[in-house]
Design a protein around this ligand. Structure first.
Ligand SMILES: Nc1ncnc2c1ncn2[C@@H]1O[C@H](COP(=O)(O)OP(=O)(O)OP(=O)(O)O)[C@@H](O)[C@H]1O
Length: 285
């Protein structure tokens, strides 16, 4: 059974379709990178899966039960705002975690804090740096012993060393507990290091979803002289032309003969989709 299964999921804010017809599944123990341009719907999707927002249409199931607009007990969500009680110390914040959660492991929460060099448990939350707040919020999220861990931009406030520590803690959870992780980030290199699956959103719609190796194998970067028309039975996702050459990202189909063909890496693939998204939006202006 897939721990997360979304079917025709939609979330509208008035006339804005933040999510539209999203269907995908996250396999058990997978680490999925959630990517897309600003405003694509990533945070909205994470909130709907966690049960913080009710979908307008469609459904999402977590561990076989439908999410119905209340926090799902099997899910932990690290939101972008990292909500913490300012007047508490870190230690008191962990006690609050124990009081607020039926399933709670103080051992796990403090183990995470011990592994994070930057966090002093006697420090008041209001004195913490943005990076330390992220790490305290991560300890709270993992203390709930989640089956599904949703992380919204967990790396954005962290210096490279803290980023490395944080990713290592998350990956240890995946290895030891089989946690399923959905992680939104604009940092493609970090995603490439830890993710085995990808979910790419644009304007609330799923553009690409699945196993990263399979996705990369299904795409080609083709390069040829600028004056020659590219004939392909695949879908041209994005193309750019200099005076000398044409470069295109193509999905599916067979390799066009007479062109230089390679498979993209994750960064080139995501950049291709982001450029295509920007081109579509500029064309509508
Ligand atoms: N509560 C809300 N009310 C109205 N519109 C909203 C609300 N929350 C999000 N939106 C809109 O929904 C769209 C998707 O927003 P969302 O925050 O999910 O995108 P995102 O992909 O997480 O963006 P970013 O990468 O900038 O964090 C945006 O147009 C946003 O302005």
């Amino acid at each position: 059974m897939n721990p997360v299964c979304a079917s025709d999921l939609a979330k509208h804010f008035g006339r804005l379709r933040a999510l539209d017809s999203c269907s995908f599944a996250l396999p058990a123990g997978s680490v999925t990178g959630l990517v897309g341009p600003n405003g694509a719907g990533k945070s909205t999707l994470l909130s709907v899966i966690a049960g913080l927002l009710r979908p307008t249409a469609g459904s999402v199931q977590v561990c076989g039960t439908p999410v119905r607009g209340a926090i799902h007990p099997d899910v932990s969500l690290l939101t972008q705002k990292r909500p913490l009680y300012e007047q508490f110390t870190v230690r008191e914040m962990m006690r609050a975690g124990a009081a607020m959660n039926d399933r709670w492991s103080a051992d796990r929460a403090f183990e995470v804090l011990d592994l994070l060099a930057g966090v002093d448990v006697s420090a008041p939350v209001r004195t913490l740096s943005a990076g330390a707040r992220t790490q305290v919020a991560l300890a709270l999220a993992l203390g709930r012993l989640p089956t599904v861990l949703l992380l919204d931009e967990p790396l954005s406030d962290l210096d490279p060393l803290a980023r490395d520590e944080t990713l290592r803690i998350v990956m240890t959870d995946v290895a030891e507990r089989g946690t399923t992780v959905l992680l939104s980030s604009h940092l493609l290199t970090d995603l490439g290091d830890v993710c085995d699956h990808l979910l790419l959103l644009d304007e609330g719609r799923v553009q690409v979803a699945g196993d990263i190796e399979e996705i990369l194998a299904d795409h080609r970067v083709v390069v040829g002289p600028a004056g020659v028309e590219l004939e392909t039975d695949g879908v041209v996702v994005d193309s750019s032309r200099t005076s000398r050459q044409l470069t295109a990202l193509v999905r599916g189909g067979s390799a066009p003969s007479g062109w230089e063909v390679s498979h993209p890496d994750l960064e080139a693939l995501v950049m291709g989709y982001l450029r295509a998204s920007r081109t579509r939006k500029l064309a509508r202006r």
